[in-house]
Design a protein around this ligand. Structure first.
Ligand code: ADP
Ligand code: MG
Length: 254
């Protein structure tokens, strides 16, 4: 039987900062179309792993491959972006003075300059695509609002929409539920579930209610001290003694 190729694979990755091992012998594999949640206590190396994938920093050793072809450790941030790897940071980074619609246009246009993109006449299929994204992210009725006036949760959805407009093959999303109300968190979960299968998504999250919502029937990975501690269905992971010990006494352990 033919094995499904991994969209992303990390093998034996190490990364130190001033002698401190933030990532150690990390092995991690993600299949095309997966929605994977990565959990782990503060300082486990989750954000550093995203920095390594996106070329913000380079591994000291080991290999991170995309589509079984590209060695991400050797590519620039921009080259990695162009391969189709999009990242959403924890704090929203939308263009506050532009409308929601314009923010999506700017992402759609990729490398074209900001002004050129806004004065460029959109093709009808591009407009259709933006309207489709607006529906997906639940912001159709806010299309003409300045992005800076959106609620925190809406800004986060817009940013996910921008990754969709960018046609990212791999979406990396760091702690989307941080600072959200319970209702916004639940809606974010629904949004990610609606994208599952059509996109490959890696979500880093602390909020276990949210993790349970998006990982039903899916694999959850636990990072600890820069390595993969364990991986499996959410119930199994949550009852794993090593995981409980790692989280012991921490408020996110519930
Ligand atoms: P997490 O996202 O799981 O909370 P991080 O990846 O942010 O963890 O951090 C892992 C460890 O690496 C932390 O101890 C952090 O202080 C350290 N670290 C991360 N980035 C840098 C950096 N650029 N310089 C020095 N230390 C860093
Ligand atoms: Mg982090």
């Amino acid at each position: 039987m033919k094995q499904r190729p991994f969209l992303l694979s990390a093998e034996g990755v190490n990364k130190s900062f001033d002698g401190f091992k933030a990532i150690r012998d990390l092995n991690f594999h993600l299949e095309d179309g997966e929605l994977r949640t990565v959990i782990g206590p503060n300082g486990a190396g989750k954000t550093t792993f995203l920095d390594l994938i996106t070329g913000r920093t380079q591994p000291d050793s080991g290999r991170i491959e995309f589509e079984g072809l590209h060695n991400l450790g050797t590519l620039s941030e921009h080259a990695i972006y162009r391969l189709g790897i999009g990242r959403k940071f924890q704090t929203p980074t939308v263009y506050a003075d532009h409308t929601v619609f314009e923010n999506l246009v700017l992402s759609l246009s990729g490398s074209r300059g900001v002004f050129a993109a806004l004065f460029f006449k959109l093709k009808s299929e591009q407009k259709d695509r933006i309207h489709e994204i607006l529906e997906t992210i639940n912001l159709s009725t806010h299309a003409q609002r300045k992005a800076g006036t959106l609620a925190h949760g809406q800004k986060q959805w817009l940013e996910i929409g921008m990754l969709l407009a960018q046609e990212a093959k791999l979406l990396l999303i760091d702690e989307p539920a941080a600072g959200m109300t319970d209702e916004e968190t639940a809606r974010t979960g629904e949004l990610l579930l609606s994208l599952a299968g059509k996109h490959t998504i890696m979500v880093i999250e602390h909020d276990m209610v949210f993790v349970r919502q998006i990982s039903k029937g899916r694999k959850v990975s636990v990072l600890h001290q820069g390595s993969l501690l364990c991986e499996g269905p959410v119930d199994q992971v949550q009852s794993d003694e090593r995981v409980i010990e790692v989280y012991l006494g921490r408020k996110h352990a519930r």
